[in-house]
Design a binder for this molecule. Sequence first.
Ligand code: SF4
Length: 439
Amino acid sequence: MDNPTQPNLHEVERLAMMFPDLPIEAIIKQDILRVGLSFSEDSLRVASGYKPKDYFIFSFDYVRLEDMEEHEAYRAPEEIKMTGGPYNLRSTITSVRVSPTSPYRVQLHEGKLTLFCGEVYLADLEFPPIPEYYKHELSSGKKISEIAPAIEWGYLVYLTVYRLCQYWGRDEECRFCDLNENFRQQREQGRPYTPVKSLDDIVEAMGLINQHDKVTKAYTVTGGSITKTLEGMKEAEWYARYAEAIESELSGRWIAKAVVQAFPKEETKLLKSGGYQIYHPNYEIWDEKLFDWICPGKARYVGRAEWMKRIVDAADVFGPEHVIPNFVGGVEMARPHGYVEVDDAIASTAEGLDFFMSKGIIPRFTTWCPEPTSDLGRQDGPPLEYFVKLLYTWRTIFEKYNLPAPPGYGRPGVGNAEFSVSAFMDVIRVEKLPQTSLA
Ligand code: SF4
């Protein structure tokens, strides 16, 4: 495309020229995640035949539910799949974050679902199909889509079994996180939003998925942190029971993943013996000083040094390539205390990537979504340049250590990736991967 006047596309093209061996699909995907999507009324009407946003954990929206005049929250799709357009995009799946003022607008054009950026036609779109298993009901009367929603174009069953976090209030909750606030707003809007999902509901839901679905390949069990106890159990024991219950009925049917706190080694073993294959002890941010500001609860109850040590120790239990801690891409530039310069932020994050990847542990990232009800509030996140440099840095270090594609994330590579909340899987060069098994 020649000289687009739209500022976002101008920047996309500038960065695509600066990093010619990054796929432009990944750059556009990061920009959409960074600023969100708006929807025309007619595109929302079409969306009713597709899988809607199930609000599987956080809100991941740039406005509150109550401020969505077109009620996009109830009608927007979980993801979009872009293809074609002036850049001839290969298939690119991107999570939907509602932002009614975003220049990236989903609309019907000549009878087709399309994506525009300002006035510029950018791509043809598909919305995700409603999973076959959503037709079935649980005996408790709960909707299966509430108990066991699918994301990543159906690849991943996302089991947020505890929708609250015991880190509570601004002195404990991670500052980017709206888990507790999202729970409150969903309940206020009258949605069924189960705070603690029962083992019976989960096992029944997974049984129905096993019977009626062939698309799902992995499940994630997660939820808020348990600093004290829940139902009389400590966190590792409480979360371990979910894999135990699923695996005792349907052993090996899915790749089992746990996104929970970084535990001491003995407690980590409970997860492994429960049946989880992948452990995500998310460290959120690498920078030492910013960790204490961004994650005050984790800093106070565990401490940064101990948190990072536990991640490394977990490699002895799960094997390094099965320890995949997440960080929140971009939160190290949050105002008022974060980095101001993109290159400084990238240098800090690269240090953490090198630390873990040199040990065979592969951190991955989600794209920071400054939600209005999080403590950091609705602020502009980092510029696109930050995310493009992060993708480039992540891949450079990943290739330096000759690491395999992380298991449990679907297919790697541009045109293949299903992971939808950052483009790290899209930028993996399949031809450079070591010859190990991929999942
Ligand atoms: S540990 Fe932090 S990120 Fe996780 S749910 Fe609690 S407040 Fe949110």
